[in-house]
Design a protein around this ligand. Sequence first.
Ligand SMILES: *Cc1c(COP(=O)(O)O)cnc(C)c1O
Length: 224
Amino acid sequence: MMDRDTDSTMIGETRARILEDIGPGVTLVAASKRQPDDRIDAALAAGQRVFGENRVQEAETRWGHRRDKIDGVELRLIGPLQTNKAELAVTLFDVIETLDRPKLLKALIAAVEKTGASPPDLLIQVNTGDEPQKAGIDVDGLGPLIDLTRKSWPGRLVGLMCIPPVEQPAAPHFALLKRLADAHGLVQLSMGMSADYALAAQLGATHVRVGSGLFGQRPAAAPA
Ligand SMILES: *Cc1c(COP(=O)(O)O)cnc(C)c1O
C-alpha cells in the first residue's frame, strides 16, 4: 500500500493527465467504489468534486458526514439500484445514472414524494450490447422509457449511460449511445472507463467514469 503522501501526489498528477486527455468539455467522474478513504481525500485535495458510487450503502458511509464539509461535491450513482434503496438514493445522490426500468422509475417517484428530496437528475442506462445478464434497458425499450420518464418524473431526464460488453471493442457502443442521445434530444453521455475514456471523449462522452486509472487498483471485493 502506498503511503499517504505518495498517494496524494500520484492521484493529483494522474488526475491532471486524465483531464488533459479528455479536454475541457468533458467531466471526470471519479469512480470510487471500494477505494480506501485516504485516496478519496487525496482526490478531493487535488480538486476532484464529481464522484461516482456503485452502492447506495457504501456511498452513505463515505459521504454522509464528509460531504457537508466540502463545497461543490456532486454524487452520481453509477451502479444498479434496487427499488428498496430508492428513498436513500434520492436523498443522497445529485444524479442517478442507472434508471433502466419502469418499476424503478415508479419507486423513485414515490421516494421523492415521501422524502421531499429534490429530485436527482436522471440518466437512463442502455444495454447497448444486448447482454442478457447486464443492467440497462434494451435499445428497443429505450423510447418508451424516455417517454414515461419525461411524463412522470418531477425532475430532469438529462442523458444516457452505458457499459459496453468487456469482450468487444467499445467504439461501436459509444457511437450507438451518442446516436440514441442525439435522436432523443438528451445532452449527457456517460461512457468510458479507465481503459477507454479517451476514446469515449472523442466519440462524444460528456462524462467519463474512471476508477482504477485514477485511484489505483481497487482492493478485492469483500465476500457478499
Ligand atoms: C467500476 C466502475 C467504473 C470504473 O471502472 P475502472 O475500470 O476502474 O475505471 C466505471 N463505471 C462503472 C459503472 C463502474 O462500476
